[in-house]
Design a protein around this ligand. Structure first.
Ligand code: F6R
Length: 601
């Protein structure tokens, strides 16, 4: 959601800023703009829609060495040129990620002082406030400091001031910002991919710190305006991770990486012995109650984990979406652990839920993919998923890695709570070891799922049904399909359909019925027969061969222990969604209206 790149250096900056913005495209945006210094003046170029539209307006050869660039995901006002960043008021030009909650009050105050506004954005108000405070303080740093104290909300800012055309200023609160340098200059950026063409070393700007960046140096001021030094972090992922290579879409590439992602995640915490689980998860022993909080797909892994932890480890789990949890009464006790699940580690609601738990002195565990992200840094404990950078907006491999961590946690807690026999533990370990091969096999079966996609892609609605764990799998299958193909797909508990929803079943309505849970499979099959009797087009997804034919298509998945089963169940559903979206000519990696990193509430 929104991306910032700033560069001050000894070399032409437009190509650098543009390639940085391209690297941040995956976050989601609907307009873009650049402000650059040329002939001692700040020049602004903006365009709505994709970066390619902006590219047509840019002079890549212009002799400018200082610029800030931005991709905007509309929050306040439509996606048009006026609302696109940068926003200039008086001497200040600003790019912004985040949301200013008190912008109406500030706008009213500044309007009374004579400021006029062209856009509907909260960002333009920041530019005006900076300009106003600069008139009072007569010092850029002090003006930024005063401004940060008046803003309520979240903000990562890149700032240019026409009285100081050698420097870029940066400020952040709640939204992330990194700083980096290489031989030809210095950067600010909202995310690591923006700098990877030049360096893999970066500094994390902390909340309420201000940075001043020019071609020679990066200077950081803490919240009291005292100069501070931060050490550099190193990003060790492959740079090629963020290229599409020969794949048509990032989503397809990322699904094809799932066996490796699974292996990397397992290998980080488990060497085949229970001792290794104890070393990595021993801290979990003392918690008797778990809250799992996350958004979207990450929330779905929490729904699966609830089912696993309750059924196999005998631990009481409460799972909730973060946007609800953060405003809800929570019934904590001293041995509650709150687990936050997030790919980006920057999701605003999940971060707020984490802070709520910490505020109540409850211990927190982050299961996070992005190293050094806000959620990873603020939680008491962190378990990293090893998915590597995920570029497609729709999560696939990071989701699978989250499930992998939850499977290991369930195995460990089930073991220490004496819920599994040693024979069952041995069988689970055997399954853990053979899973990469089974994941690959399922991916290689893509043609089966593609053939089914070819039959259903023109439908306006698709239903997913399942019971228990399979209902949780249905939730993710339905989300994957709707977010990239724009088909209205919804998940229901299979037994719940006849209480209303079954009235929507018409001739040939696709129903994707998931049944991997042997204990309850007969009940699910009865529900499938109910929709089949109403002429639904049934796609049966199961690890168990059916005794009779009540389906139109059958996706057979490999059978493993239920603690691991969902890792396999999701793969055909991801590939099915992919092909449906492809047939519908959708923008698979960047679905409309969506952002990869949801940094606003
Ligand atoms: C769906 C998807 C989203 C994210 C959600 C949370 O494919 O990607 O539903 O799962 O926005 O994001 P993270 O995991 O970054 O907190």
């Amino acid at each position: 959601m929104c991306g910032i790149v700033g560069f001050a250096g000894k070399t032409k900056c437009i190509p650098i800023i543009y390639s940085g913005l391209e690297a941040l495209e995956y976050r989601g945006y609907d307009s873009a703009g650049i402000a650059y210094i040329y002939n001692d003046k700040i020049n602004i170029i903006k365009e709505k829609g994709k970066l390619i539209n902006l590219k047509k307006k840019l002079d890549f050869d212009i002799n400018s060495t200082i610029a800030i660039g931005h991709t905007r995901w509309a929050t306040h006002g439509n996606a048009n040129i006026t609302n696109a960043h940068p926003h200039q008021v008086g001497k200040f030009t600003v790019v912004h990620n985040g949301i200013i909650e008190n912008y109406i009050e500030l706008k009213n105050k500044l309007s009374k002082k004579g400021y006029q506004f062209k856009s509907e954005t909260d960002t333009e108000v920041i530019s005006a406030l900076l300009d106003y405070n600069y008139k009072l303080e007569k010092d850029i740093l002090k003006a930024i400091d005063k401004t940060k104290k008046e803003l309520i909300g979240s903000f990562a800012l890149g700032i240019l001031c026409s009285d100081d055309i050698k420097d870029i200023y940066a400020l952040r609160y709640s939204s992330p910002l990194i700083l980096a340098s290489f031989t030809n200059g210095n950067f600010l950026a909202s995310d690591i991919p923006a700098i990877l063409n030049y360096t893999n070393k970066y500094i994390i700007l902390e909340n309420l710190e201000i940075a001043k960046i020019n071609k020679e140096t990066i200077t950081i001021y803490n919240k009291d305006l005292k100069e501070v030094k931060h050490s550099y972090h190193t990003y060790n992922g492959e740079k090629s991770n963020v290229q599409k290579n020969s794949y048509e879409h990032f989503m397809l590439k990322e699904i094809n990486e799932e066996d490796k992602v699974y292996k990397n995640t397992i290998n980080s915490y488990f060497d085949g012995t229970l001792k290794s689980l104890n070393e990595n998860f021993g801290f979990l022993k003392k918690y008797k109650k778990i809250d799992i909080v996350a958004c979207g797909s990450a929330y779905h892994t929490g729904v699966i984990a609830k089912s696993l932890l309750e059924n196999y480890a005998n631990i009481k789990v409460y799972t909730e979406v973060a946007s609800e949890y953060r405003y809800k009464k929570c019934f904590y006790d001293k041995d509650t652990l709150v687990i936050l699940v997030s790919q980006s580690g920057e999701t605003a609601d999940t971060l707020a839920a984490l802070r709520k738990a910490k505020n109540d002195k409850i211990k927190t565990l982050a299961i996070v993919n992005a190293i050094d992200s806000s959620i990873a840094r603020e939680a008491d404990y962190v378990l990293y998923t090893k998915a590597g950078p995920e570029i497609a907006v729709a999560t696939t491999k990071a989701y699978l890695a989250q499930l992998t961590v939850f499977s290991l946690i369930t195995l460990y807690l089930a073991y220490i709570n004496n819920q599994l026999s040693s024979k069952e533990i041995d069988n689970i370990i055997k399954d853990i070891i053979k899973l990469p091969r089974l994941i690959k096999k399922e991916i290689n079966n893509y043609q089966i799922y593609y053939n089914i996609a070819d039959k259903i892609y023109e439908n306006k609605q698709v239903f997913f049904i399942g019971r228990g764990l399979d209902y949780a799998n249905s939730l993710e299958g339905a989300l994957k399909l709707k977010e990239i193909s724009y088909i209205n797909s919804v998940a229901y508990q299979a037994g719940e359909l006849k209480h209303g929803t079954i009235s929507l079943i018409e001739n040939k309505t696709p129903v994707i019925a998931i049944a991997t849970d042997e204990v309850i499979i007969d009940k699910t099959i009865s529900n499938i027969k109910e929709v089949k009797a109403r002429n639904a087009y049934v796609i049966y997804v199961s690890s168990i061969n059916p005794k009779d034919i009540f389906y139109d298509d059958f996706i057979k998945i490999e059978k493993v222990h239920p603690i691991l089963q969902s890792i396999l169940t999701i793969i055909p559903l991801q590939l099915l969604a992919y092909k449906v979206a492809k047939n519908n000519k959708c923008d698979i990696d960047k679905p409309r209206n969506l952002a990869k990193s949801v940094t606003v509430e």
